[in-house]
Design a protein around this ligand. Structure first.
Ligand SMILES: [Zn+2]
Length: 273
């Protein structure tokens, strides 16, 4: 027995001379190495790319749902009213769009979509800090409130900025309580993602001298509403949903929006395709 001895089985069945066998196996080995190299390169090139894409698409919605847009304990509705009853907090499934998703421009049940105002631009309009508007709107609202106060009119903020969760509760929670279908609920409340209150420019105002009319059609008969009709435009506040508005939303005499700078104007008036 020595190294050059070939087992009988191979010698009988494969009748290739020793020399040509090693000659044939060399390209096979080189080819194999090359193939392996190419596969390795392909794997190295595509696998990190693929995993990055996965983490990007996975992490975006998580990031937006994990990072609350406002402190979770800041209910916007200090007084329970038909439109804004005491919120029942439930764990909600956030349906927020990833930041880089195609902007949503289509109406839902008569309501237009709006972006949520950044925390950094929100400023308190009430002493307890629970109600907030964007800084430009806050400054003007305070001026307006002071001017009204000088005439004995108390403009009481009822609801201002709302995040998606606030609106989810308001829309779906109340819809269930009142056993309404979506279209009926949408006559008086916007679905989450579609409320002007997300913008930080909209505010529901009550008459401090007639709180029973808060968020009621009867607010239109109050001194506060009369004062607003005469003076609100001086502070760049306007009614969002006047009677017979184009959007088809119910008349809301208490709901006003700020349109006193470029961003707020674009937010409400830019043509949407
Ligand atoms: Zn409102």
């Amino acid at each position: 027995m020595d190294e050059i001895d070939i087992p009988e089985a191979i010698r009988d069945t494969v009748e290739i001379p020793k020399q040509s066998r090693s000659f044939l196996s060399l390209p096979l080995i080189i080819g194999g190495i090359l193939c392996f190299g190419v596969l390795l390169l392909l794997f190295l090139f595509f696998s990190p790319l693929k995993s990055t894409q996965n983490t990007v698409t996975k992490s975006l919605p998580q990031a937006s749902s994990e990072k609350p847009l406002v402190e979770s304990d800041s209910p916007n509705n200090p007084t329970p009213t038909p439109d804004n009853p005491t919120p029942i907090r439930t764990k909600s499934n956030t349906t927020e769009q990833p930041a880089n998703a195609k902007p949503n421009t289509e109406k839902l049940l008569g309501h237009l979509p709006y972006d949520v105002a950044p925390q950094s631009d929100l400023q308190a309009i009430t002493a307890d800090g629970r109600l907030k508007l964007r800084s430009a709107a806050t400054a003007k609202f305070r001026q307006m409130q002071a001017a009204a106060q000088a005439e004995g009119i108390i403009l009481t903020p009822i609801s201002a900025f709302r995040n998606i969760e606030d609106q989810e509760q308001l829309f779906f929670g109340i819809k269930e309580q009142r056993v309404q279908d979506a279209a009926k609920r949408a006559e008086v409340s916007a679905p989450p993602g579609y409320s002007e209150h997300h913008t930080g420019y909209a505010i529901d105002i009550g008459d401090g001298n007639a709180p029973a009319t808060n968020v009621e059609p009867e607010f239109a008969n109050t001194a506060a509403f009369g004062w607003l009709q005469k003076n609100a435009l001086k502070y760049s506040f306007e009614l969002s949903f006047p009677p017979d508005n184009e959007q088809g939303v119910s008349y809301e005499p208490w709901h006003w929006r700020f349109v006193g700078d470029r961003h707020s104007l674009e937010t409400f008036y830019k043509v949407r395709n």
